[in-house]
Write a protein that binds this ligand. Structure first.
Ligand SMILES: C[S@@+](CC[C@H](N)C(=O)[O-])C[C@H]1O[C@@H](n2cnc3c(N)ncnc32)[C@H](O)[C@@H]1O
Length: 397
Protein backbone atom coordinates (compact mmCIF):
# COMPACT_ATOMS: atom_id res chain seq x y z
CA UNK A 1 0.00 0.00 0.00
CA UNK A 2 2.96 2.28 0.68
CA UNK A 3 4.03 1.94 -2.92
CA UNK A 4 0.56 2.86 -4.20
CA UNK A 5 0.38 5.82 -1.82
CA UNK A 6 3.75 7.13 -3.01
CA UNK A 7 2.87 6.70 -6.69
CA UNK A 8 -0.47 8.48 -6.29
CA UNK A 9 1.16 11.26 -4.32
CA UNK A 10 4.00 11.74 -6.82
CA UNK A 11 1.86 11.67 -9.94
CA UNK A 12 -1.41 13.22 -8.77
CA UNK A 13 -0.41 15.13 -5.63
CA UNK A 14 -3.21 13.36 -3.73
CA UNK A 15 -2.58 12.52 -0.10
CA UNK A 16 -3.78 9.27 1.45
CA UNK A 17 -2.64 9.32 5.08
CA UNK A 18 -3.15 6.22 7.21
CA UNK A 19 -6.72 7.19 8.13
CA UNK A 20 -7.71 7.37 4.41
CA UNK A 21 -5.86 4.22 3.45
CA UNK A 22 -9.15 2.31 3.11
CA UNK A 23 -10.23 4.71 0.30
CA UNK A 24 -7.02 4.02 -1.60
CA UNK A 25 -7.35 0.29 -1.06
CA UNK A 26 -10.96 0.34 -2.26
CA UNK A 27 -10.02 2.25 -5.43
CA UNK A 28 -7.23 -0.22 -6.24
CA UNK A 29 -9.42 -3.24 -5.51
CA UNK A 30 -12.08 -1.81 -7.79
CA UNK A 31 -9.53 -1.30 -10.55
CA UNK A 32 -7.76 -4.66 -10.60
CA UNK A 33 -7.27 -8.17 -9.26
CA UNK A 34 -3.53 -7.81 -9.83
CA UNK A 35 -2.38 -4.68 -7.99
CA UNK A 36 1.34 -5.30 -8.56
CA UNK A 37 0.93 -5.42 -12.36
CA UNK A 38 -1.32 -2.39 -12.31
CA UNK A 39 1.16 -0.32 -10.27
CA UNK A 40 3.99 -1.28 -12.64
CA UNK A 41 1.87 -0.33 -15.64
CA UNK A 42 0.80 2.99 -14.09
CA UNK A 43 4.36 3.88 -13.22
CA UNK A 44 5.30 3.59 -16.90
CA UNK A 45 2.31 5.53 -18.25
CA UNK A 46 1.30 9.20 -18.40
CA UNK A 47 -1.75 10.06 -16.31
CA UNK A 48 -3.77 10.38 -19.52
CA UNK A 49 -3.63 6.57 -19.85
CA UNK A 50 -7.12 5.00 -19.51
CA UNK A 51 -5.98 3.02 -16.43
CA UNK A 52 -4.86 6.22 -14.73
CA UNK A 53 -8.10 7.93 -15.74
CA UNK A 54 -10.16 5.19 -14.14
CA UNK A 55 -8.10 5.33 -10.96
CA UNK A 56 -8.31 9.14 -10.81
CA UNK A 57 -12.07 8.86 -11.05
CA UNK A 58 -12.14 6.44 -8.12
CA UNK A 59 -9.74 8.49 -5.98
CA UNK A 60 -11.18 11.98 -6.37
CA UNK A 61 -14.23 13.52 -4.75
CA UNK A 62 -16.46 15.29 -7.25
CA UNK A 63 -19.00 16.82 -4.89
CA UNK A 64 -19.99 20.27 -6.15
CA UNK A 65 -23.07 22.36 -6.81
CA UNK A 66 -24.00 25.62 -8.46
CA UNK A 67 -23.34 28.76 -6.39
CA UNK A 68 -21.68 26.71 -3.64
CA UNK A 69 -21.33 29.14 -0.74
CA UNK A 70 -23.84 31.95 -1.14
CA UNK A 71 -21.63 34.34 0.86
CA UNK A 72 -18.79 33.96 -1.60
CA UNK A 73 -21.03 34.65 -4.60
CA UNK A 74 -22.50 37.68 -2.83
CA UNK A 75 -18.95 39.03 -2.38
CA UNK A 76 -18.13 38.34 -6.04
CA UNK A 77 -21.34 39.90 -7.40
CA UNK A 78 -21.39 42.90 -5.10
CA UNK A 79 -17.73 43.78 -4.68
CA UNK A 80 -14.96 41.85 -6.41
CA UNK A 81 -16.20 41.73 -9.99
CA UNK A 82 -17.88 45.19 -10.08
CA UNK A 83 -14.60 46.70 -8.78
CA UNK A 84 -12.54 44.87 -11.38
CA UNK A 85 -14.94 45.83 -14.16
CA UNK A 86 -14.90 49.48 -13.08
CA UNK A 87 -11.07 49.50 -12.98
CA UNK A 88 -10.85 47.99 -16.44
CA UNK A 89 -13.39 50.40 -17.88
CA UNK A 90 -11.47 53.33 -16.38
CA UNK A 91 -8.25 52.03 -17.94
CA UNK A 92 -9.96 51.36 -21.29
CA UNK A 93 -8.74 47.76 -21.00
CA UNK A 94 -11.87 45.68 -21.48
CA UNK A 95 -10.54 42.25 -20.49
CA UNK A 96 -11.50 39.85 -17.76
CA UNK A 97 -9.78 36.54 -17.11
CA UNK A 98 -11.12 33.94 -14.66
CA UNK A 99 -10.01 30.41 -13.77
CA UNK A 100 -11.89 27.70 -11.90
CA UNK A 101 -9.11 25.31 -10.85
CA UNK A 102 -10.44 21.89 -9.82
CA UNK A 103 -13.85 22.58 -11.39
CA UNK A 104 -15.33 19.06 -10.99
CA UNK A 105 -18.28 18.72 -13.39
CA UNK A 106 -18.47 22.42 -14.20
CA UNK A 107 -20.88 23.73 -11.56
CA UNK A 108 -18.36 26.32 -10.33
CA UNK A 109 -17.20 27.82 -13.67
CA UNK A 110 -20.77 27.94 -15.01
CA UNK A 111 -21.82 29.78 -11.82
CA UNK A 112 -19.00 32.26 -12.46
CA UNK A 113 -20.10 32.61 -16.09
CA UNK A 114 -23.67 33.36 -14.97
CA UNK A 115 -22.36 36.04 -12.61
CA UNK A 116 -20.22 37.65 -15.33
CA UNK A 117 -23.14 37.49 -17.74
CA UNK A 118 -25.29 39.24 -15.15
CA UNK A 119 -22.74 42.00 -14.58
CA UNK A 120 -21.84 42.40 -18.27
CA UNK A 121 -25.01 41.48 -20.16
CA UNK A 122 -23.80 43.31 -23.24
CA UNK A 123 -20.18 42.25 -23.52
CA UNK A 124 -19.53 44.07 -26.80
CA UNK A 125 -15.91 45.17 -26.81
CA UNK A 126 -14.99 42.94 -23.84
CA UNK A 127 -12.71 39.93 -24.00
CA UNK A 128 -13.92 37.61 -21.28
CA UNK A 129 -12.08 34.35 -20.68
CA UNK A 130 -13.31 31.74 -18.18
CA UNK A 131 -10.98 28.75 -18.01
CA UNK A 132 -11.94 25.65 -16.07
CA UNK A 133 -9.70 22.68 -15.35
CA UNK A 134 -9.68 19.43 -13.44
CA UNK A 135 -7.60 16.31 -13.06
CA UNK A 136 -10.58 14.06 -13.78
CA UNK A 137 -11.31 14.01 -17.51
CA UNK A 138 -14.62 12.21 -17.00
CA UNK A 139 -15.83 15.14 -14.86
CA UNK A 140 -14.78 17.48 -17.69
CA UNK A 141 -16.88 15.49 -20.17
CA UNK A 142 -19.92 15.89 -17.91
CA UNK A 143 -19.06 19.59 -17.59
CA UNK A 144 -18.97 20.08 -21.35
CA UNK A 145 -22.35 18.40 -21.72
CA UNK A 146 -23.84 20.95 -19.30
CA UNK A 147 -26.50 18.51 -18.04
CA UNK A 148 -27.25 18.30 -14.29
CA UNK A 149 -29.69 16.68 -11.89
CA UNK A 150 -31.77 18.48 -9.24
CA UNK A 151 -29.16 18.03 -6.53
CA UNK A 152 -26.58 20.20 -8.32
CA UNK A 153 -29.11 23.06 -8.42
CA UNK A 154 -30.07 22.86 -4.75
CA UNK A 155 -28.71 26.31 -3.92
CA UNK A 156 -29.41 28.07 -7.20
CA UNK A 157 -30.46 31.70 -6.80
CA UNK A 158 -33.78 32.56 -8.39
CA UNK A 159 -32.20 34.95 -10.90
CA UNK A 160 -30.04 32.14 -12.36
CA UNK A 161 -32.92 29.74 -13.06
CA UNK A 162 -33.42 31.21 -16.51
CA UNK A 163 -30.01 29.90 -17.54
CA UNK A 164 -31.27 26.29 -17.53
CA UNK A 165 -33.52 24.43 -19.86
CA UNK A 166 -35.54 22.36 -17.38
CA UNK A 167 -38.27 21.05 -19.64
CA UNK A 168 -37.45 17.59 -18.34
CA UNK A 169 -37.77 18.31 -14.58
CA UNK A 170 -34.99 15.86 -13.65
CA UNK A 171 -32.53 17.05 -16.29
CA UNK A 172 -31.37 20.65 -16.28
CA UNK A 173 -29.30 21.85 -19.24
CA UNK A 174 -27.15 24.98 -19.01
CA UNK A 175 -28.04 27.37 -21.83
CA UNK A 176 -25.75 27.55 -24.84
CA UNK A 177 -24.72 31.18 -24.25
CA UNK A 178 -23.31 30.36 -20.77
CA UNK A 179 -21.69 27.14 -21.99
CA UNK A 180 -19.90 29.04 -24.74
CA UNK A 181 -18.28 31.33 -22.13
CA UNK A 182 -16.30 28.51 -20.45
CA UNK A 183 -13.29 26.65 -21.86
CA UNK A 184 -12.63 23.31 -20.15
CA UNK A 185 -9.24 21.57 -20.19
CA UNK A 186 -7.52 18.90 -18.09
CA UNK A 187 -4.85 20.22 -15.73
CA UNK A 188 -3.09 18.51 -12.84
CA UNK A 189 -2.44 21.20 -10.22
CA UNK A 190 0.38 19.14 -8.69
CA UNK A 191 2.52 18.74 -11.78
CA UNK A 192 1.45 20.97 -14.67
CA UNK A 193 2.03 24.61 -15.61
CA UNK A 194 -0.68 27.09 -14.61
CA UNK A 195 -2.16 29.82 -16.81
CA UNK A 196 -1.20 33.39 -15.87
CA UNK A 197 -2.43 37.01 -15.56
CA UNK A 198 -5.71 35.97 -13.99
CA UNK A 199 -8.11 38.46 -12.46
CA UNK A 200 -9.92 35.85 -10.39
CA UNK A 201 -8.91 32.30 -9.51
CA UNK A 202 -11.39 30.12 -7.66
CA UNK A 203 -9.74 26.97 -6.32
CA UNK A 204 -11.97 25.66 -3.57
CA UNK A 205 -12.27 22.29 -1.88
CA UNK A 206 -9.41 20.97 -4.00
CA UNK A 207 -6.07 21.67 -2.34
CA UNK A 208 -7.20 20.03 0.89
CA UNK A 209 -6.86 16.66 -0.84
CA UNK A 210 -3.21 17.28 -1.76
CA UNK A 211 -0.12 16.39 0.25
CA UNK A 212 1.01 19.25 2.53
CA UNK A 213 4.07 20.28 0.55
CA UNK A 214 2.26 20.11 -2.80
CA UNK A 215 -0.66 22.11 -1.45
CA UNK A 216 1.73 24.69 -0.07
CA UNK A 217 3.50 24.96 -3.40
CA UNK A 218 0.17 25.17 -5.25
CA UNK A 219 -0.98 28.16 -3.15
CA UNK A 220 2.24 29.97 -4.01
CA UNK A 221 1.86 29.12 -7.71
CA UNK A 222 -1.77 30.23 -7.70
CA UNK A 223 -0.66 33.53 -6.17
CA UNK A 224 1.90 33.96 -8.93
CA UNK A 225 -0.75 33.22 -11.57
CA UNK A 226 -2.73 36.29 -10.52
CA UNK A 227 -2.68 39.58 -12.42
CA UNK A 228 -1.48 42.40 -10.14
CA UNK A 229 -5.05 43.36 -9.22
CA UNK A 230 -6.26 39.78 -9.11
CA UNK A 231 -8.11 37.82 -6.42
CA UNK A 232 -7.65 34.25 -5.24
CA UNK A 233 -10.40 32.28 -3.55
CA UNK A 234 -9.53 29.12 -1.61
CA UNK A 235 -11.09 27.42 1.42
CA UNK A 236 -9.56 27.85 4.90
CA UNK A 237 -7.73 24.55 5.03
CA UNK A 238 -6.53 24.84 1.43
CA UNK A 239 -4.20 27.65 2.29
CA UNK A 240 -2.18 28.41 5.38
CA UNK A 241 -0.77 31.67 6.67
CA UNK A 242 2.64 30.15 6.01
CA UNK A 243 1.86 29.41 2.35
CA UNK A 244 0.51 32.88 1.87
CA UNK A 245 3.24 34.58 3.88
CA UNK A 246 5.22 36.56 1.33
CA UNK A 247 3.02 36.68 -1.69
CA UNK A 248 -0.58 36.88 -0.56
CA UNK A 249 -2.57 38.99 1.86
CA UNK A 250 -5.99 38.00 3.22
CA UNK A 251 -8.81 40.48 2.69
CA UNK A 252 -12.14 40.10 4.42
CA UNK A 253 -15.05 41.14 2.21
CA UNK A 254 -18.59 40.89 3.55
CA UNK A 255 -17.56 38.04 5.85
CA UNK A 256 -15.65 36.13 3.18
CA UNK A 257 -11.90 35.67 3.29
CA UNK A 258 -10.21 36.24 -0.07
CA UNK A 259 -6.56 36.58 -1.03
CA UNK A 260 -4.80 39.27 -3.01
CA UNK A 261 -1.21 39.68 -4.01
CA UNK A 262 0.69 41.76 -1.50
CA UNK A 263 2.10 43.85 -4.34
CA UNK A 264 -1.40 44.77 -5.57
CA UNK A 265 -3.15 48.05 -4.87
CA UNK A 266 -4.23 48.56 -1.23
CA UNK A 267 -7.00 46.13 -0.36
CA UNK A 268 -10.55 47.28 -0.80
CA UNK A 269 -11.63 48.44 2.66
CA UNK A 270 -14.17 46.17 4.27
CA UNK A 271 -17.47 47.93 4.50
CA UNK A 272 -20.08 47.16 7.06
CA UNK A 273 -22.80 45.84 4.82
CA UNK A 274 -26.26 44.64 5.59
CA UNK A 275 -26.08 40.92 5.74
CA UNK A 276 -28.11 39.89 2.70
CA UNK A 277 -26.57 36.50 2.63
CA UNK A 278 -28.55 33.37 2.70
CA UNK A 279 -26.80 30.66 4.66
CA UNK A 280 -26.75 27.65 2.38
CA UNK A 281 -28.13 24.49 3.88
CA UNK A 282 -25.38 21.98 4.59
CA UNK A 283 -25.76 18.98 2.32
CA UNK A 284 -26.83 16.08 4.51
CA UNK A 285 -24.11 13.67 3.46
CA UNK A 286 -21.17 15.94 4.27
CA UNK A 287 -18.93 14.89 7.14
CA UNK A 288 -18.62 17.00 10.28
CA UNK A 289 -15.19 18.15 9.09
CA UNK A 290 -16.53 19.21 5.69
CA UNK A 291 -19.30 21.13 7.41
CA UNK A 292 -16.75 22.67 9.75
CA UNK A 293 -14.79 23.88 6.73
CA UNK A 294 -17.91 25.28 5.12
CA UNK A 295 -18.82 27.10 8.35
CA UNK A 296 -15.28 28.51 8.60
CA UNK A 297 -15.63 29.50 4.95
CA UNK A 298 -18.68 31.54 5.81
CA UNK A 299 -16.96 33.14 8.78
CA UNK A 300 -19.18 31.25 11.25
CA UNK A 301 -16.29 30.53 13.55
CA UNK A 302 -18.18 29.24 16.60
CA UNK A 303 -20.08 26.77 14.43
CA UNK A 304 -16.81 25.72 12.82
CA UNK A 305 -15.27 24.94 16.23
CA UNK A 306 -18.33 23.00 17.34
CA UNK A 307 -18.23 20.93 14.14
CA UNK A 308 -14.48 20.30 14.52
CA UNK A 309 -15.19 18.97 18.01
CA UNK A 310 -17.85 16.72 16.54
CA UNK A 311 -15.35 15.42 13.94
CA UNK A 312 -12.79 14.84 16.68
CA UNK A 313 -15.25 12.85 18.75
CA UNK A 314 -15.41 10.41 15.82
CA UNK A 315 -11.68 10.43 15.26
CA UNK A 316 -9.59 12.12 17.97
CA UNK A 317 -6.47 11.70 15.79
CA UNK A 318 -7.85 13.54 12.78
CA UNK A 319 -4.97 15.94 12.11
CA UNK A 320 -6.99 17.94 9.59
CA UNK A 321 -9.67 18.63 12.19
CA UNK A 322 -6.99 19.80 14.64
CA UNK A 323 -5.44 22.03 11.97
CA UNK A 324 -8.78 23.54 11.08
CA UNK A 325 -9.42 24.14 14.78
CA UNK A 326 -6.06 25.92 14.93
CA UNK A 327 -6.88 28.07 11.89
CA UNK A 328 -10.24 29.06 13.33
CA UNK A 329 -8.80 29.81 16.81
CA UNK A 330 -6.11 31.93 15.21
CA UNK A 331 -8.79 33.77 13.27
CA UNK A 332 -10.63 34.32 16.55
CA UNK A 333 -7.42 35.74 18.03
CA UNK A 334 -6.94 32.93 20.58
CA UNK A 335 -3.25 32.18 20.09
CA UNK A 336 -2.84 29.68 23.00
CA UNK A 337 -5.82 27.64 21.76
CA UNK A 338 -4.43 27.71 18.21
CA UNK A 339 -1.02 26.51 19.43
CA UNK A 340 -2.59 23.73 21.49
CA UNK A 341 -4.61 22.56 18.46
CA UNK A 342 -1.55 22.51 16.18
CA UNK A 343 0.36 20.52 18.79
CA UNK A 344 -2.46 17.96 18.74
CA UNK A 345 -2.21 17.82 14.94
CA UNK A 346 1.52 17.10 15.26
CA UNK A 347 0.81 14.40 17.82
CA UNK A 348 -1.52 12.78 15.25
CA UNK A 349 0.77 13.31 12.27
CA UNK A 350 4.33 13.89 13.47
CA UNK A 351 5.64 14.21 9.90
CA UNK A 352 3.28 16.93 8.76
CA UNK A 353 5.53 19.72 7.46
CA UNK A 354 2.55 22.00 7.29
CA UNK A 355 1.69 21.48 10.97
CA UNK A 356 5.28 22.18 12.09
CA UNK A 357 5.30 25.25 9.84
CA UNK A 358 2.14 26.53 11.44
CA UNK A 359 3.37 25.80 14.94
CA UNK A 360 6.60 27.69 14.22
CA UNK A 361 4.72 30.70 12.87
CA UNK A 362 2.35 30.75 15.85
CA UNK A 363 5.17 30.43 18.38
CA UNK A 364 7.06 33.28 16.74
CA UNK A 365 3.89 35.37 16.85
CA UNK A 366 3.72 34.65 20.57
CA UNK A 367 7.33 35.86 20.90
CA UNK A 368 8.75 32.41 21.55
CA UNK A 369 11.75 32.86 19.26
CA UNK A 370 13.73 29.72 20.11
CA UNK A 371 10.91 27.16 19.93
CA UNK A 372 9.43 28.90 16.90
CA UNK A 373 12.72 28.66 14.98
CA UNK A 374 13.08 25.03 16.02
CA UNK A 375 9.63 24.17 14.61
CA UNK A 376 10.35 26.05 11.40
CA UNK A 377 13.62 24.13 11.03
CA UNK A 378 11.72 20.85 11.43
CA UNK A 379 9.20 22.05 8.84
CA UNK A 380 12.01 22.94 6.43
CA UNK A 381 13.53 19.47 6.88
CA UNK A 382 10.17 17.80 6.27
CA UNK A 383 9.44 19.92 3.21
CA UNK A 384 12.89 18.94 1.87
CA UNK A 385 13.43 20.22 -1.65
CA UNK A 386 9.94 21.73 -1.63
CA UNK A 387 10.79 24.07 1.24
CA UNK A 388 9.75 27.57 0.19
CA UNK A 389 12.54 30.14 -0.03
CA UNK A 390 10.78 32.37 2.50
CA UNK A 391 10.88 29.57 5.09
CA UNK A 392 14.55 28.82 4.46
CA UNK A 393 15.35 32.51 4.82
CA UNK A 394 13.58 32.60 8.19
CA UNK A 395 15.34 29.49 9.40
CA UNK A 396 18.79 30.62 8.33
CA UNK A 397 18.46 34.11 9.73
C1 LIG B 1 -14.74 18.47 -4.21
S1 LIG B 1 -14.38 18.88 -5.89
C2 LIG B 1 -14.43 20.66 -5.79
C3 LIG B 1 -15.22 21.26 -6.92
C4 LIG B 1 -15.43 22.77 -6.83
N1 LIG B 1 -14.17 23.48 -6.84
C5 LIG B 1 -16.21 23.13 -5.60
O1 LIG B 1 -15.70 23.71 -4.66
O2 LIG B 1 -17.41 22.80 -5.58
C6 LIG B 1 -12.62 18.54 -5.94
C7 LIG B 1 -12.08 18.46 -7.36
O3 LIG B 1 -10.66 18.58 -7.31
C8 LIG B 1 -10.14 17.78 -8.36
N2 LIG B 1 -8.72 17.50 -8.10
C9 LIG B 1 -8.18 16.71 -7.15
N3 LIG B 1 -6.83 16.69 -7.27
C10 LIG B 1 -6.52 17.49 -8.31
C11 LIG B 1 -5.29 17.87 -8.93
N4 LIG B 1 -4.11 17.39 -8.51
N5 LIG B 1 -5.33 18.72 -9.98
C12 LIG B 1 -6.52 19.20 -10.42
N6 LIG B 1 -7.71 18.88 -9.88
C13 LIG B 1 -7.72 18.04 -8.84
C14 LIG B 1 -11.02 16.55 -8.30
O4 LIG B 1 -10.96 15.80 -9.50
C15 LIG B 1 -12.39 17.16 -8.05
O5 LIG B 1 -13.07 17.41 -9.24
Amino acid sequence: MDEARTLVRDRLGLDFPARREADLERALDGATDAPRELLDALRAQPTTDPRWRALIRALTIQESYFFRDAALYAALVERVLPDLIAQRRAAGDLRLSLWSAGCAAGQEPYSLAMVVDRLLPDRTGWRVSIQASDLDTHALEVARSGVYGDWALRDLPVWARGHFDSRDPRRHVVDERIRAMVQFAPLNLATEAYPGSLDLIVCRNVLMYLADDIRHEAVVRLGRALAPEGWLVVSPLDSTPASEANLLAPVELAGVRLLRRRDSAPPVPTQAQPDQRKTPAAPPLESALQRARAAADRGQLDDAIALCLQALRDDPLDAEAHLLTAAVEEERGDLPAAIAAVRRAIYSEPDSANAHFRLGSLLLRRGDEESGRRSLTTAAELFGEHAPASLLARVER
